[in-house]
Structure formats: C-alpha cells, structure tokens
Design a protein around this ligand. Structure first.
Ligand code: SAM
Length: 298
C-alpha cells in the first residue's frame, strides 16, 4: 500500500502553492522516476556508450536539452552496477535535475572552482568533464564515508585536477578565493520524496527542514565570502520548500552585495518561485524537484 506525505509537508506546500500544484507535487512523489545517466566524456563518448547499450539490447532516449544525457525508459540503474559502463566510469547515473546546476556556471578550462558540498560527486565530476579535465576543482565534503565515495568516483571517472578536501565548508579559511562556486547544499530532500520508500519517509521531519535551512544559510554566507568579486556562484537544493531556497537567498540579498543573475532552461516542468530569475523544478516522472539560483558577487 502506498504511504502518504507527512501532514506538516502537505500543510507547508498548501501555504505556498495552489491546490492544483500541490496535487501535481504529490503525484510527483508517488510516480516512479525514469533512470537517467550522462556519458562521462573524460573516459568515453556518446557513440561508444550507445554501441555498448545496443549490444546489450537496452532501449535509451536522448534528452536533447542536456549534452550527453540519456533516459533509460525501462531499466533501473542497479541492473548496470556490475557492467563495464559503470565499473569503468563510462557513464554516471544522475538525475536530470541534478545535471542542471553545473550548466549555469559557464565553466571554462581556466577556472578555479569550489564544490562546497560535493559527495558523492555527480556534479564535481560533471564540472570536471565540462572543463575537459582542465579546471582546478576543490571538492569539499564533511562526511568521512561520503568523502571516500567522492574520491572513488573521481578516480573511476578520471576527473583530473580535482582535489578532495574533507572539511566543514563553513570553516573554510577566508584566505581562499574561487572564480566559481557550486553550493549544492545539504537539504531536506523535499523535492525527491518517494512515497514508496518508507525508510526515507520516516527520516523526513520538520526538524530536518529547519536544521537544513540553518546550515544552508551558514554555507551560503561562507560561499559569498570566498567568491571572487564580479564572479558567479550557483546555489541549489533538491528541496521545493521556500524555507530552504528563496528565504535563504532573500536573507543573503539583504546582507551582502550580491545580485541574482536570471537563468532559464527550456522544457522544464516548473513551479512558481518567489525570486524572479531562479528556477524551481516540479517533481515528475523525469525530474526531481530542484531549486537553482545563480548569484553574482558585485
Ligand atoms: N553535490 C553532490 C552531488 O551532486 O553528488 C550532492 C551533495 S548533497 C546534496 C550534500 C552533501 O553535503 C552531503 O554529502 C553532505 O554530507 C555534505 N555536507 C553537509 N554539511 C556539510 C558541511 N558543513 N560542509 C561540507 N559538506 C557538507
């Protein structure tokens, strides 16, 4: 039997969105999402990966809006864990929403980049691939086990010039400065809720939302401090609650000399966001719920 979303979450959603949208969100929570992956261009190319999938008689659909992104309409990621594709790092299973934040950083080969909350490294390795392995990336992660996973993924994917730093990113020295920062912040995960996953549902609480918001603001403050002036960063979460998104950004807009750089992306299912120029993705069968803001430090 399917579980229902916690009452406090439904109440929070009803406060923000009209009933039709709340029902769409709840539908997104109960739908099984398609498996998606990106080709790791540091190790392979689309043609070689597709040849392997053809030889395995696996159906795939290209997701045209993101280079090297594919949908597997009738397979789960698990089925590929012991194949060459995963074992040799030729592909990386990643949700389509999670592939979006790095795209808004306009990554160049000469960039120095901080990935502030990096494990397991989906976006770190994507940024490495976007720079052809040339950008100098510092991947920060506080959790020991997760930082080991991050190192493993970086190695398997042949992401060169990535330095893993095991640290609480709130404590990073102000001496650091970066051309670009990705803060894919720890969050409640309210955009990725799966009503069929009882264990994850149990871990979801109002305290988690509140504590995440507190941590998110502390991390964002540090990010702004160590971002070079006239440079841009991206703040993202897989939450669709304004407490973890717009409210964090609004506070920072008041406290720091920063501005929102408007972003757009065609073909996304969107929820209305309170800050013009940010993106709030509606969870559905293709996308996880996700919030993305691009910020420029003046
Ligand atoms: N960007 C990752 C990716 O694409 O694979 C996902 C990051 S996940 C949303 C957030 C990560 O932040 C978790 O691995 C968590 O352990 C880490 N984290 C939490 N608090 C942190 C802190 N204070 N400093 C650094 N990392 C932190």
């Amino acid at each position: 039997m399917e579980n229902t979303a916690p009452k406090f979450l439904i109440d929070l959603l009803k406060k923000e969105y009209d009933l039709e949208l709340v029902n769409k969100i709840l539908e997104g929570y109960s739908i099984k999402r398609y498996t998606t992956f990106r080709v790791n261009t540091l190790k392979s190319c689309d043609k070689d990966v597709l040849d392997i999938l053809d030889s395995m008689q696996v159906k795939y659909i290209k997701y045209d809006a993101i280079e090297h992104a594919y949908i597997l309409p009738d397979r789960s990621a698990k089925e590929f864990y012991d194949t060459k594709l995963v074992f040799d790092g030729l592909i990386y299973f990643q949700s389509l929403s999670s592939m979006l934040p790095p795209l808004f950083l306009d990554i160049k080969e000469t960039d120095t980049i901080l990935d502030m909350a990096a494990a397991p490294g989906g976006k770190t390795t994507m940024m490495a691939a976007l720079s052809n392995g040339k950008a100098q990336i510092t991947a920060c992660e506080v959790n020991k086990i997760r930082s080991e996973r991050l190192k493993h993924n970086i190695e398997v994917q042949n992401a060169k010039n990535v330095f893993v730093m095991r640290a609480d990113a709130r404590m990073l020295d102000d001496f650091f400065s970066f051309d670009k920062i990705l803060l894919d912040a720890p969050c409640s995960g309210s955009g990725t809720i799966d009503l069929n996953n009882r264990k994850a549902l149990k871990a979801f609480s109002y305290d988690l939302v509140k504590n995440s918001a507190h941590l998110q603001y502390e991390l964002l403050k540090k990010a702004i401090q160590i971002l070079k002036p006239n440079s841009c960063m991206v703040y993202s979460t897989c939450s669709i609650l304004p407490i973890e998104n717009e409210e964090i950004i609004s506070r920072a807009l008041k406290e720091f000399n920063i501005e929102i750089v408007p972003i757009e992306f065609r073909g996304l299912p969107l929820l209305p966001t309170k800050i013009k120029g940010c993106l709030l993705v509606l969870p559905n069968e293709y996308f996880e719920g996700f919030f993305i803001a691009k910020i420029r430090k003046k």
